[in-house]
Design a protein around this ligand. Sequence first.
Ligand code: NAD
Length: 282
Amino acid sequence: MTDQGPILIRSVGVIGAGQMGLGIAEVSVQAGIAVQLYDVSGDRIREGIGKVREAISRNKCTELPISGKLAGSDSIDDLGACDLVIEAATENEAIKRDVFQRLCPILKPEALIATNTSSLSITRLAKATDRPDRFLGIHFMNPVPVMKLIELVRGIATSQQTYEVAQGYAAQLGKEVTTSEDSPAFIVNRVVLPMINEAIFALHEGVGTVEAIDRGVKLGANHPMGPLRLADFIGLDTCLAIMRVLHEGFADQKYRPCPLLVKYVEAGWLGRKTGRGFYDYR
Ligand SMILES: NC(=O)c1ccc[n+]([C@@H]2O[C@H](COP(=O)([O-])OP(=O)(O)OC[C@H]3O[C@@H](n4cnc5c(N)ncnc54)[C@H](O)[C@@H]3O)[C@@H](O)[C@H]2O)c1
């Protein structure tokens, strides 16, 4: 907040053209914010920009001239002019730290950095930047255009102004906010991932088939989809990474990742994004 009112975000850099990064790009462009997309893979950027354009033009309510609002590049230097950069690269701390070290020198000093991490410590990631006070977690839910919620996570050094700008950005997108302290997997995934892991244990132990487990939880608990289907949507690599953060962060056996989840990830069966997980999407 300033004397002139809330600070509006006019340009967003998105790091990672995966399922989350593309969703964040889509909702930001829809809100009239300029988006610069960056990924290590040039193919992913080209495909991603096509997908975002297609999604926006499918949305009949929008008649935005998006051509000047969405750009992509495989050079991180092109994020230099952004007001806010949201990192949505693979859930791996070493990758994220490396991205921040390359990003910080090219940003303007007042720019904010956010991470979309599902589970990693915001305080520790902030330490890999030159601006821990201007760093926070902006955790979108999947699929971003559909889900109403954004979970905001403050690290120990995040300033009140940074938090308020992020609240303002969420409002620009028309999203609802909940706020979590910086603790392993925050609120939503602290609750949801152990449920998914338990469903995988039930499958592993032969308690029920994939269909029986999903049907039971979907209809029995009135969830929009079963936990195994949800795991496929999240990505099994991301599910495993979150369970490992919970397991290590709390040193509690109740968060032990199911061996069947580990096996699927080792097989490269990562869910919908690779065409195969608990269900077959090929
Ligand atoms: N999948 C979900 O349901 C979900 C929900 C909320 C948050 N998240 C978080 O969002 C982040 C991304 O998840 P996703 O599901 O989009 O993964 P994804 O596998 O679909 O996409 C990850 C992207 O990051 C890119 N990438 C990898 N290393 C990079 C680097 N060094 N620089 C730039 N780009 C790089 C990859 O090329 C890929 O395009 C993760 O931190 C994840 O925990 C995921």
